[in-house]
Design a protein around this ligand. Structure first.
Ligand code: PLP
Length: 400
């Protein structure tokens, strides 16, 4: 009697615990349900242009066409994914370290895949390691690091009310880390605060990492959207100057506008080519257990862009335009009110407004402006047309 073996409740599925509501998903649902035509969604984490759209870059569109014309097979590529795609990223990600034979890389499903795989290797190498995470950090970091079974610990990062990096406390907390602990660092465009370390602060963090034997894991998800491709990786390059062991989770999803195509890569540097080869073999085994191999389309498109001088040049023009728009919107908001001046000194798509939860709710109820309870907002989440209204509403709410 086969049917009796698969009764409802027989396998525990009906007793699965409920999942705690995700506040960001709840925010999206609330915004979708809002019928006010003037609503502004600055909760979502995608770049929007002056017209309020999230366009596919011209170079990406052109490369997709070339891929369609040229691709002759969709046979499996293997666990490393598109090896040339990841190799072409080396000059951008590694800069002057691009020729270091102790560094290797593989394609991953987005920056998230790279983070997960990196944490998993860290756990295998040192099960006692803690992951030191900034407070605040991107809300996906704790579950990804904790999900592999690593212990988590916070280092103070940003004082939202006084709009400054808690640098001395950050350094003290990193110093308190044990040798072998993983220090997760945002390469640039800190999400959620927009507050990036200065060159001098990077140098001090690098020194602590070296002196205390921490394993730096750099999350580089917004390269090119802060100060420029080279400068956005300058902190990482400084780490590579002096550290034998470094992990880098890279994402092309923002700088190539490829969000849903899941384009990323994981880089590893160790003290020797042999150790790097062993680590890579573990990555391949681990990724095989999770996703087998990364999706091809997005990586192939980025490869075509980077391999074609004209497309590459056009991508760089568009990347510059995205960065210019982010910085121009930042300057406009900063100029509107002295209390918002700090936004002009920060980088990337996010900043945190010093608003109470009640003020965030008031913005939603009274002005149809949606942002996270923390006051984190997407600086380029609205069109140019909506920007003056956004600024006026924030200033009115700060005044209230
Ligand atoms: N790291 C940070 C800080 C991010 O904000 C994001 C995406 O929002 C990622 C990593 C992951 O990007 P991806 O969409 O490529 O997985």
């Amino acid at each position: 009697m086969l049917d009796t073996l698969n009764r409802a409740q027989a396998h525990g599925l009906a007793a699965l615990p409920p999942v705690a509501a995700d506040s960001l998903l709840a925010l999206i649902a609330m915004c979708n349900a809002d019928t006010r035509p003037e609503k502004i969604d600055v909760g979502v984490g995608v770049y929007r242009d002056a017209a309020g759209g999230t366009p596919i870059p011209r170079a990406v569109k052109a490369a997709e066409k070339l891929l369609w014309e040229r691709q002759e097979t969709k046979a499996y590529l293997g666990g490393r994914g598109d090896a040339r795609f990841a190799t072409l990223l080396r000059p951008f990600v590694l800069g002057r370290h691009a020729d270091d034979g102790r560094i290797d890389q593989l394609q991953t499903p987005g920056g998230c895949g790279a983070l997960r795989l990196g944490f998993q290797l860290a756990k295998l190498a040192n099960p006692q390691a803690q992951v030191l995470l900034g407070d605040p950090t991107w809300p996906n970091h704790p579950p990804m690091a904790g999900g592999v079974g690593l212990a988590l610990s916070n280092y103070p990062y940003y004082d939202r009310d006084n709009r400054r990096i808690r640098f001395d406390e950050m350094i003290a907390a990193l110093r308190a880390g044990r040798p072998g602990d993983v220090a997760l660092l945002h390469g640039c465009c800190h999400n959620p605060t927009g507050a990036d370390l200065s060159d001098d602060q990077w140098a001090q963090v690098t020194q602590v990492v070296v002196e205390h034997g921490l394993l730096p894991f750099v999350d580089l998800a917004y390269q090119g959207l802060g100060r420029g491709l080279e400068q956005d990786a300058a902190g990482l390059h400084g780490l590579l100057d002096v550290c034998d062991e470094v992990l880098v989770a890279q994402s092309c999803d923002k700088n190539f506008g490829s969000y849903r195509d899941r384009v990323g890569a994981l880089f590893i540097k160790t003290g020797s080519r042999e150790t790097t080869a062993t680590a890579m073999a573990h990555f391949l085994q681990m990724s095989r257990e999770m996703w087998s191999m990364p999706p091809d389309h997005g990586g192939a498109v980025v490869r075509i862009v980077l391999d074609d001088p004209a497309l590459r040049a056009d991508w760089l023009v568009e990347l510059d335009a995205m960065r210019a728009r982010i910085n121009q919107v930042r300057a406009t908001i900063a100029a509107a009110d002295p209390r918002l001046a700090f936004i002009g000194e920060q980088f990337g798509m996010f900043s945190m407004l010093p608003l109470s939860r009640a003020q965030v709710v008031a913005l939603r109820d009274d002005h149809a402006i949606y942002m996270a309870d923390s006051g984190r907002f997407n600086v380029v989440g609205m069109s140019d047309e909506a920007l003056p209204r956004f600024i006026a509403a924030v200033v009115a709410t700060l005044d209230a």
